[in-house]
Structures are given as C-alpha cells and as structure tokens.
Design a protein around this ligand. Structure first.
Ligand code: GLN
Length: 477
C-alpha cells in the first residue's frame, strides 16, 4: 500500500485498525521526503520521529484516548520551533539554531499522537511569495518544475502535492498558506487570528501571523486544525474555541463575491474558474451574488506598511548576541551587530527592515504607519458589514497561476501586488480556506478561497468539504 497516497484521516484509520503501524508510516513518509525532487525540506531527522512513533504505538495499545489523527507524521514549516531539531526560518541567520523548546502547536501535535517529521522550506522569515528568498534554495512546483511552488509555505504545499508529506503545518501572514496551496493544487486553512497559538512561531508580523494546516482536502485540514487550535497561556492573544465538525454543509448558505476581486489584475482563466466555482456552489444549494467592497484596493499598501513595521521590530533581536549567526569579522560591539546582520540576512529581509524603520520613523509615522492602521480598521468594518449579509465570501487566491522561477527578480512589485486577495483576510484577522477549483490551459492548478466570519472556521470548512465531496474539482493525486 502506498501510504503517501492516503489522506491523513485515511492513514489514521488504518493505524487505528492496526493495518499500518505509526513506525511504518514514519518510514514511508521519511523515504518519500528523502527522495523529494522539489527541495521541499530544509531538514529531515528520522530518529526523534521513530522514538515518538514507538510511544504512540504504546499509547494506542494501552487504549489512551488519542486524536483522530494519531500516528500520522506531520511536516512542519521551518519557522515553527521544534525542540532539538534545527529551525532555520529559511535564513542563514538561524542556519544552526536548535530550539530548546517546542512551539505550542508542536506540543499539541505530540499530545494528540501525531509525529512531527521534516521541516519544510520557506521564504526567509516568511517574507516572499515564491520561496526564492530562502537561504536553502527555491522550492519547485510539482506540476511544472520550471515554476515556483509559491510562498512562503512553498515547501509544505509542494510536499503535499508531490506526495512527500501527508499533512503539514504552515504559517500565513499575508497569504503564505493559501497562495502556495493555490499554486500547488492543495487545500490549506488560515485560521482566525487568535485561534491558534503563536508561541514558538518565529515572528514576522505579530498582529497578522497565524499558524494553519495544509493537506490534500478540507477534511484533513479541519482534523489537523482541531489538534492545534485553542487557548494557550503562552500566547495571550489566543481564545478558547470548539472543535469543528468534519461535516459538509452548503445548503442555503449566502455567499458574496467582492466584485472588485474579479476586475483589474486577475487573469481571465482564474476569473472564469472562480465564476464556475460560484455556479458549482449554487448547484450545491448556496445563494451566490456579487457585491462591492471598494476598500480592498488599499489592502496591499496597508499590508506592506504594517507587516514591514512589525518585522523591523521583531527582527531587531537578531544581533549576534543570544542566538543566531555572529560574524567573525568585528573589532567593536557595533561592528559585531552590523556585520552579523549584514552577512546573515538576505536582500528581501533587509529591504523590509529598512522599509519598516522608515514608516515608523518620526516624521513619517503619521503619514504611513498610522494611516495603514486606520485603513486596517476600515477594512475590518467593511467585512463586518459584509458578514451581516453573507455567511462567507468567495474569492480568488492569486491573480494568476504559479510564476516562472526568476520572474519575481525581474518584477518584485508584481510579487507584492499578487497578495491583494489574501492579505486582506490577515488585516481583518479572518479565517480563510484555500482549495483547488480548476486548472489552467497549461495544466497548472488554480485555487479559490472561502473567507469566513471571525472564529467561524466551521462554515468555511463545511463548505469546502461539501464542494470537494459532492461536486467540484478535488485535486487527484
Ligand atoms: N507574500 C506575502 C509577503 O511576502 C505573504 C507572506 C506571508 O504570509 N508570510 O509578505
């Protein structure tokens, strides 16, 4: 049996019935990850996974109540701290960093009997849309190796698409779970801000960052979300939430499409796919209509101002003192700071630190940072208004299919404006599910997203499950 062709829930079912042992599952995923052709992984360490697999076997035998995904190996994005396992955030700065503690999500995976196996490649400090900013090289798209897998969670999405992982954790600050899912034809959930603990997530922009799940379908991402969600005393922005039901529900739902999302930069193929998906949702019993949400044209500037401002502050901790890279080439303390940072940060990260410091500096703060925060509030208000009428929103994920490798270097602005449909959900803190809805003429996957009310992961996941099980295109491995 090919373990990697199973969904996470199917694999867990076979583990429960004794058909496959967790140890066998670990070996199978390890072998696939070791043979990965797309540069999905930054580290792969089987020993700790085998030790956990044996523990899980004992717990299953003793009848310990474990989660519905017990025994399933999980690929973990490399900005999520794993005790004793190198965690690089895709940066030379943390190339040799071995965390002394687990992120809360990792603690929860282990408590649920899931087995972290492999750290996935990503844009440096999660800044990027292609994984080309990674210090560990670009992740290639399994559908066409000349194209990027997207970013920043490109390694995780490509690993699911290429069958070198069964389920994965990613992080999403402005689209980093959803955009690579769209480019690779897999499903990913960006939860509500505060639904999942950020303790142990290497910070990019703390008011926008959220950890989420990536898998083959909406049922898998829902089951994995149930494992990591909920209040955590180590992250005071978290709230208690309930488990989502892994059930389908779309009948009678009111769905709005922001009309502005279907104008402008969007490719005709993506637009047609979204309109076809809207028809499919109607066939499945939903009411779908377009409405106007003009404020979203300010998304990209507001997002980049806020994200860079927070990043410049968060990344100030990498000074060569406590952990991370330290230069050999310094005569004074100041030189040590400057050279450590200059040598170990990549160009994109430096650009964002400079931009962040600029928008926060006296004299510019009011013109940029304060305005961006005001815009964020207006965006929140506009969504509140929309959710009085709609249960969830249907939107594209990216204006086009996966970029060619190298395209971003020629056109960096295009990489930023490509975040227009995703970053808006981070600014408003809303949950969003990205799922495949079709293919382009060149056979590249096209994704859509369902954006829900805050803390209403249930509605978008049930809609996704309905779409994938009763009608629309599900990515076939
Ligand atoms: N592409 C966006 C950026 O470069 C998103 C990053 C993210 O969500 N981590 O900032």
């Amino acid at each position: 049996m090919d373990v990697l062709k199973l969904t996470a829930l199917e694999l867990a079912g076979k583990i429960k019935s004794g058909e496959i042992t967790p140890t066998e599952a670990v070996y199978a995923v390890y072998k696939a990850a070791e043979n990965d052709k797309y540069n999905c992984y930054t580290s792969l360490d089987i020993e700790p996974a085998l030790a956990l697999a044996q523990q899980v076997e004992r717990r299953i035998k003793s009848g310990d109540a474990l989660s519905p995904l017990a025994g399933v190996p999980v690929a973990v994005k490399d900005n999520i701290c794993t005790k004793g396992i190198r965690t690089t955030a895709g940066s030379d700065m943390l190339k040799n960093f071995v965390p002394p503690y687990d992120a809360t999500v990792v603690t929860r995976l282990k408590a649920a009997g899931m087995i972290p196996l492999g750290k996935t490649n990503m844009d440096e400090f999660a800044m990027g849309a292609t994984t080309e900013t990674s210090a560990f090289g670009t992740v290639k798209n399994p559908h066409n190796a000349d194209c990027v897998a997207g970013g920043s969670s490109g390694g995780a999405a490509a690993a699911i698409a290429a069958n070198s992982a069964v389920i994965a954790l990613g992080s999403d600050t402005g689209g980093s779970i959803r955009q690579p899912c769209s480019f690779c034809g897999v499903t990913g959930l960006k939860p509500t801000y505060g639904a999942v603990s950020r303790y142990g997530l290497i910070a990019f922009a703390s008011s926008l960052d959220v950890i989420g799940t990536i898998g083959k379908n909406a049922s898998d991402v829902a089951a994995a979300y149930n494992v990591i969600r909920g209040r955590d005393g180590k992250d005071m922005t978290t709230c208690e939430t309930a488990d989502v039901d892994i059930s389908s529900d779309l009948k009678g739902k009111k769905v709005g499409i922001p009309a502005e999302f279907l104008e402008g930069e969007i490719s005709i193929e993506v637009r047609d796919c979204i309109l076809r998906a809207a028809d499919e949702l109607r066939n499945l019993g939903a009411e779908v209509e377009a409405f106007s949400l003009p404020i979203i044209k300010y998304t990209v500037p507001a997002y980049y101002i806020i994200a860079c401002a927070e990043a410049s502050s968060n990344l100030a901790r990498y000074d060569g003192v406590k952990y991370g890279y330290r230069t050999d080439n310094a005569a004074t303390l100041d030189e040590m700071y400057v050279n450590s940072r200059s040598e170990a940060f990549g160009a994109e990260v430096k650009k964002r630190i400079m931009l962040g410091n600029f928008v926060l500096s006296a004299g510019y703060f009011d013109d940029y940072y304060k305005k961006a925060l005001q815009t964020k509030q207006l965006i929140c208000n506009a969504f509140d208004e929309a959710f009085r009428r709609y249960d969830f929103l249907l939107a594209p994920v990216a204006p086009d299919t996966a970029y060619k490798i190298g395209e971003g270097a020629d056109n960096p602005l295009k990489m930023y404006t490509g975040d227009v449909y995703t970053a808006v959900a981070n600014l408003a803190g809303l949950p969003a599910l990205a799922l495949p809805c079709g293919y382009s003429k060149t056979n590249m996957p096209i994704g859509m997203q369902f954006i829900g009310r805050a803390f209403d992961e249930q509605t978008i996941l049930s809609a996704g499950i309905a779409y994938q099980t009763k009608g629309g295109a599900v990515y076939e491995v």
